[in-house]
Write a protein that binds this ligand. Structure first.
Ligand SMILES: NC(=O)c1ccc[n+]([C@@H]2O[C@H](COP(=O)([O-])OP(=O)(O)OC[C@H]3O[C@@H](n4cnc5c(N)ncnc54)[C@H](OP(=O)(O)O)[C@@H]3O)[C@@H](O)[C@H]2O)c1
Length: 226
């Protein structure tokens, strides 16, 4: 639980690997930060963090009843400044639209859209007197259509405009959508291993050493929002 020394609370989805893990590794360095990871698991390091600094809210974001599972947040956060980083996202399967299954569509929309919008809603509704910053981890794919990425591109575009609408509704809070650039994570690995027209471009980015580390991407984003 956040305590009297906590100044800022960071709620991060998908904080067990990739960019989300890098956010935690950077934020834990500041003793007055309290981190809530909404993820399906935690890293070995995260298991060792003191409970006054780090809490795992173990949730599969593709499942239903997210609203009721989020109610724990009311016991963890008091009047502190709250940052929500909407980081978890899925890109697979990378296939043509005709090959998408109902489950593919449901899972991608659940994780990339429904879960994110429900968490934003929950925070706004239940922490009315806190200061809030909402950070959507966007992508170039929100603005550039890529063949075989239809669900990923469109869900990223949805969240961008959702955050813009939220900013208009709640001018007292800060809403960011930030494209982190191309990062060396498991997501890029699965892109390189997929079959789609632009795959060579992504394989070349890795071959040419053009991928950003997750640590660099996380610290760039934190410089912008803090
Ligand atoms: N990598 C890039 O080049 C790149 C470029 C632009 C934007 N981005 C964006 O950056 C963000 C982070 O990407 P990344 O590269 O770090 O991706 P990643 O390595 O694939 O990690 C994705 C994260 O999302 C979590 N997640 C997926 N499905 C989940 C579910 N059902 N419930 C809970 N958590 C779930 C994963 O947890 P599990 O371990 O439980 O699956 C993992 O922590 C994403 O929003 C992505 O769109 C990435």
């Amino acid at each position: 639980m956040a305590n009297s020394t906590t100044k800022k609370v960071f709620i991060i989805t998908g904080a067990n690997r990739g960019l989300g893990q890098a956010f935690v590794e950077e934020l834990i360095k500041e003793p007055s930060n309290y981190i809530i990871s909404i993820s399906r698991s935690r890293t070995k390091d995260q298991a060792l963090y003191d409970s006054s600094r780090f809490h795992l809210l173990e949730i599969d974001l593709s499942e239903e009843n997210l609203d009721s599972k989020l109610s724990v947040l009311k016991n963890l956060i008091d009047r502190q400044e709250v940052y929500f980083i909407n980081n978890a996202s899925i890109i697979l399967p990378i296939v043509k639209i005709e090959n998408l299954t109902y489950e593919d569509i449901e899972r991608t929309l659940a994780v990339n859209i429904t879960a994110a919008t429900l968490i934003v809603k929950f925070i706004i509704r239940h922490f009315k007197t806190n200061a809030h910053s909402f950070v959507n981890i966007s992508s170039g794919a929100a603005h550039r259509a890529i063949s075989n990425w239809s669900l990923y591109c469109s869900s990223k575009a949805f969240m961008d405009i959702f955050f813009k609408a939220a900013q208009v509704e709640y001018p007292n809070y800060r809403f960011y959508s930030i494209d982190p650039g191309v990062i060396d994570t498991a997501m890029q690995e699965s892109i390189r291993d997929s079959d789609f027209p632009e795959v060579t471009n992504f394989q070349n980015l890795k071959k040419d050493g053009k991928l950003k580390s997750a640590a660099t991407a996380a610290s760039e984003i934190l410089k912008t929002i803090l």
